[in-house]
Design a protein around this ligand. Structure first.
Ligand SMILES: Nc1nc2c(ncn2[C@@H]2O[C@H](COP(=O)(O)OP(=O)(O)OP(=O)(O)O)[C@@H](O)[C@H]2O)c(=O)[nH]1
Ligand SMILES: [Mg+2]
Length: 364
């Protein structure tokens, strides 16, 4: 049996991993390849899985913790995809607060699954505004030091750093950030990409599929600092069913909800890592994201028609504790429902801090 290519696309929350995976998947499908995707999160009810599935892609998820801590579930899902889809390439997105992937994922996979998979180099996607704020500007980071540390560690173990969102940058900025990254992470390839408009995807696919991963030394990482970085993030995953008195514009509903959550967090000076909301009614759907309290909402897609009944999935990762995040989101949701004469028929929420990372294997 031929071995399946395994391509891992990591990077911090909101960097553009899912958008990149969608773009790479379309590129590979266009050249006649079959693909499969594995998503990952600390909780369940994932915007990313729903979004990729709606795009018609075969996607399975590992929930309730990162790939490293759920190594057996990860390999089970990869095997399930390999059997059901017989893909040429499986694309996997580890959760954006995860690092130390060489020691806890690559090396164990190479040790135990070398006959099944061809492991491709580790790509770490980076949002330029985070590189600037967390690394380049002194005193620029809106996060505690441990989150900056995690961000740096993610890039330190990259085979390829993907400087994403190039469409938001001027060419001088691209040059300055690329030069900075090459200096900070000597010997690491830096590719400039816009996952959103497809620029640079062809080169990325060529580089990643052109060589096999050759994991070198494992990351030198302080697990206490890593655990603290995760603890500083409040995590909320909600799934709701809503019913309005008469058809409403769900795009406006999502925009209001997101704006008001962001404004409230800004008042408390609490940075958003990623807030994403997915709304669906029959075959129509809307997806919106915001990756900083200082940024605008980005709609990936909007609903065409007004509707009376719809489902919402809310995934928020914010530099605040769950005891603050949960009532904040629920109060804003209740307010927007009130304003739009909409009733929450059903609401399920998980809100927590990710626990200490406890990888199943760690090969130094
Ligand atoms: N302008 C621009 N926006 C992008 C690009 N890639 C991603 N985005 C936007 O960045 C936001 C986050 O993108 P995602 O792909 O969901 O990021 P992610 O890394 O998968 O996020 P998590 O799974 O939450 O860690 C979305 O609003 C995307 O539309 C890009 O190339 N250009
Ligand atoms: Mg994602």
């Amino acid at each position: 049996m031929s071995r399946t290519n395994l391509v891992i696309v990591g990077g911090f929350l909101g960097a553009g991993k899912t958008t990149s995976i969608l773009s790479i998947a379309k590129h590979l499908l266009g050249s006649g390849k079959k693909i499969g995707i594995v998503t990952n999160d600390q909780g369940s009810d994932l915007v990313d899985t729903n979004f990729l599935a709606k795009e018609g892609l075969p996607v399975l998820e590992v929930t309730g913790g990162c790939f490293c801590c759920n190594f057996d579930e990860f390999t089970a899902k990869v095997n399930e995809l390999a059997e059901s889809e017989m893909p040429d390439v499986i694309l996997a997105e580890p959760v954006g607060s995860c690092t130390d992937l060489i020691a806890t994922l690559y090396k164990p996979l190479m040790h135990n699954y070398v006959n099944q998979f061809v492991l491709r180099p580790l790509s770490i996607v980076a949002d330029p505004k985070r590189v600037k704020r967390l690394m380049m500007e002194k005193e620029g980071s809106p996060f505690p030091n441990e989150i900056n540390y995690l961000f740096r560690k993610q890039m330190e173990e990259a085979d390829i750093i993907i400087l994403n969102k190039a469409d938001t940058l001027k060419s001088e900025e691209i040059q300055a950030i690329t030069a900075f990254l090459k200096e900070e992470f000597k010997g690491t390839d830096v590719l400039v990409v816009s996952a959103k408009n497809g620029t640079g995807i062809d080169e990325w696919v060529q580089v990643v599929m052109g060589r096999e991963a050759m994991p070198g030394s494992s990351l030198d990482i302080d697990y206490d600092a890593y655990a603290l970085a995760e603890e500083y993030l409040g995590w909320l995953n909600s799934a709701a069913l809503l019913k309005a008195e008469k058809p409403i514009n769900v795009n406006s509903f999502v925009e209001k909800l997101m704006n008001e959550i962001s404004i409230k967090l800004k008042e408390m000076n609490r940075e958003i890592a990623h807030l994403k909301i997915y709304g669906i009614a029959q075959d129509d759907w809307v997806k919106a994201s915001i990756t900083s309290i200082y940024d605008e909402i980005d709609f990936n897609r909007t609903m065409e028609k007004d509707t009376e009944q719809f489902n919402l999935i809310i995934n928020a990762r914010v530099n605040t504790d769950p005891e603050t995040l949960r009532p904040l989101v629920e109060t804003v949701l209740a307010g927007v429902c009130n304003e739009t004469n909409t009733e929450t028929v059903h609401l399920k929420t998980e809100c927590f801090k990710p626990g200490r990372p406890m990888p199943k294997y760690r090969m130094g």
